[in-house]
Design a protein around this ligand. Structure first.
Ligand code: AMP
Length: 301
């Protein structure tokens, strides 16, 4: 079952306490697509500029990712510069250049319109709606967003929330979106905005899933060293939705297993800069760490 993703395909410049990287491949759609491609075929909707190198296109192609919906426009590719604190859960956006992304209107190729699993990655909510409007038979829509859009495009974002099943968001964004400091209250308030489930990412502390009738918690996989947290959230979403599409199982148990797969993939992403670790990863390594996760959280046998 293939998955459609809309989001940024970017140049990232990253500074962490371990070092820095300049103009490397990043973006919400890039991390999501590579992560999900271990489980299911992926189609990207997005825009790049003239400066986007063939080497990065090849990286997507090697993972079998469909690029028909990735437009190349005049201008420069979206560029984000972020700096992490000693506490890697905290980062600042130093520069954000939308470039070709400003004014971009996504047009889905015919071969994309029957997609059933959809991820509205972190991008302008107006573009997320534009994508939803072009789909014919959606089965499950998950969505991510960030402070930039919560503050700048609140009205459009509310419309998106009314049309999705799952919101995947980090804890500070959940507080900002809901106006509630307590994370349980924040989740309850967000559920009232439309989604059937809210997944709250808490960095090294793991993920909480809230529905109207349940709460599920999983830790992050304990690592001795986190090198670069960039893309952890999008890789989580990729592993999560990839597994849901692979198993075609949206039951409560299916969702929980998918959350663990998402956490496993994210734990690999943060082991190196940018997409480096994901491009060297195998499905066998993912399955092995998934089994490790079962042991890690087993307390009832
Ligand atoms: P994550 O670490 O999973 O939250 O996502 C990091 C990615 O988000 C980076 O690769 C950036 O290129 C991308 N990004 C940063 N700011 C924005 C924004 N305002 N809209 C869309 N994508 C962004």
């Amino acid at each position: 079952m293939s998955i459609l993703v809309v989001g940024t395909v970017a140049f990232d410049s990253i500074e962490t306490p371990h070092g820095s990287a300049d103009h490397v491949l990043g973006g919400s759609a890039s991390y999501f697509a590579v992560a999900a491609s271990f489980f299911s075929p992926v189609k990207i909707v997005g825009v790049i500029g003239r400066d986007f190198p063939a080497e990065y296109m090849d990286l997507f192609s090697r993972r079998g990712i469909d690029l028909e919906g990735l437009r190349r426009n005049e201008g420069a590719t979206f560029h984000w510069r972020g700096r992490y604190h000693e506490d890697l859960n905290v980062r600042d956006t130093i520069e954000l250049h939308l470039n070709v992304l400003s004014g971009f209107v996504p047009r889905l190729p015919e071969s994309y319109r029957n997609a059933e699993y959809v991820f509205l990655g972190n991008i302008d909510p107006a573009m997320q709606i534009e994508v939803l409007n072009q789909l014919r038979q959606v089965r499950l829509v998950a969505c991510d967003t960030m402070d930039h859009w919560i503050q700048g495009s609140a009205g459009e974002l509310r419309k998106v929330l009314g049309r999705i099943e799952i919101l995947i968001i980090n804890d500070s964004e959940a507080r900002l979106l809901s106006g509630e400091h307590n994370i349980v209250r924040a989740a309850r308030a967000i559920l009232k905005m439309g989604p059937k489930a809210v997944l709250i990412k808490r960095g090294e502390y793991g993920v909480l899933q809230f529905t109207d009738s349940s709460v599920f918690a999983t830790p992050a996989y304990p690592l001795e060293e986190v090198f670069d947290p960039t893309g952890a959230g999008d890789s989580f979403a990729g592993g999560f939705l990839g597994q849901l599409a692979r198993a075609r199982d949206n039951s409560q148990g299916g969702l929980r297993r998918a959350i663990v797969y998402g956490s496993v993939v994210a734990s690999f992403t943060v082991e190196d800069f940018g997409l480096k670790r994901l491009t060297q990863l195998s499905l066998a390594e993912i399955e092995e760490r998934y089994r490790g996760f079962i042991e890690l959280t087993d307390f009832h046998t």
